[in-house]
Design a protein around this ligand. Structure first.
Ligand code: PSU
Ligand code: MN
Length: 317
């Protein structure tokens, strides 16, 4: 019997972590150097309600294909980092109850523990760069939360994108955030922002957040020009954000009403950390009689289409 002062040696069993797994279509596109678009999975697992989430995920992939690029939805399935999901894997992310929300800091832990995880913008961008996929579409980026002065709640999306050479198409940052503070942080972090066909920074569910940008681009070709210049000038160490405003926005009065009620619910129910964003998105979806869901779906589809056009324009150089 061991006495309590004995040193306990743990036997370390070397465990091989499986390599990153690529879907067949993603592998083929990477080998052929043809255009690819990375897609995140947290929007599927934690951003959209069932059963629409799976349908949207499938439709978004179809949109990317229809514009001549290959979709690479990224997630961790039972401990394997998967770049491009097969239909069963996509359904697992949409429907399984054990899918955790993983930021970049969670990736290795999820893999080592053989967990299944949906990847946030931060984690997806990290894996997309590792896989050699430089164009990425999401809905709305994370950012500085309202009240961050006290809570320090700022999305890891911002710091992750400050160190990655990737182009992210988004409808601005989520309207639940402090948009002005987020724009200041983007400037500090040297993350470039260009508005697509507008100088108005979008507000996710709203076409215009009320903040102006300095730069506007008119086409995917123009974005490809900027990408080429970034590599020559070596300013591609931080991400480029292409902000694509939603055409058919939510009614601003309804948006404001739900937002205020949602922020109150966050405070009164003590929601903190990584649960805040999924909680607020779900609050919107259940309080707006389908309006926020309709807009969120339009956002992700439109961003995927533009990201595919950028990937195609870039690959043509
Ligand atoms: N855009 C959407 N829905 C989402 C998200 C983005 O339309 O659910 C997700 C992204 O994965 C993003 C995350 O990285 O929300 C931000 O979470 P947080 O604020 O906890 O960093
Ligand atoms: Mn947070």
């Amino acid at each position: 019997m061991q006495s309590s002062h004995q040193i306990h040696y743990r036997v370390h069993v070397a465990r091989k972590i499986d390599d990153i797994k690529y879907s067949d279509e993603v592998r083929t596109a990477l080998d052929a150097r043809s255009p690819l678009v990375a897609l995140e999975s947290t929007i599927i697992s934690h951003g959209l309600p069932r059963p629409q989430n799976l349908k949207v995920a499938q439709e978004v992939e179809a949109i990317v294909r229809s514009r001549g690029a290959t979709p690479a939805t990224i997630a961790i399935i039972d401990g394997t980092v998967s770049i491009g999901l097969d239909p069963a894997e996509l359904a697992a992310i949409a429907n399984r109850d054990d899918i955790v929300k993983a930021s970049s800091r969670d990736l290795a832990i999820a893999v080592a523990n053989k967990m299944s995880a949906a990847t946030t913008v931060a984690a997806t961008a990290h894996l997309a760069v590792a896989a050699g996929i430089p164009v990425f579409a999401t809905g709305g980026l994370g950012g500085v939360h309202r009240g961050a002065f006290e809570t320090y709640d700022e999305s890891a999306d911002l710091t992750a994108l400050s160190g990655l050479d990737i182009t992210v198409v988004c409808a601005g940052v989520k309207s639940i955030l402090d948009v002005g503070a987020t724009l200041e942080r983007l400037e500090t972090l040297a993350i470039a922002v260009v508005g697509y066909k507008t100088l108005h920074f979008p507000g996710f569910y709203l076409t215009d957040s009320g903040f102006l940008l300095e730069h506007c681009v008119e086409s995917a070709d123009e974005i490809a020009d900027i990408l080429a210049a970034r590599s020559i000038l070596k300013t591609n160490n931080a991400a480029l954000l292409v902000t694509n405003p939603v055409l058919n926005q939510m009614d601003p009065a309804l948006h404001e009403k739900i937002l205020q009620a949602g922020l109150k619910a966050v405070a009164s129910q003590g929601i903190t950390g990584k649960s805040v964003t999924p909680f607020l998105l779900e609050f919107f979806h259940s309080s707006s009689a389908g309006e926020s869901l309709r807009v969120n779906i339009e956002i992700i589809k439109s961003n995927a289409a533009l990201a595919a056009d950028i990937a195609v324009a870039r690959a043509g150089r």
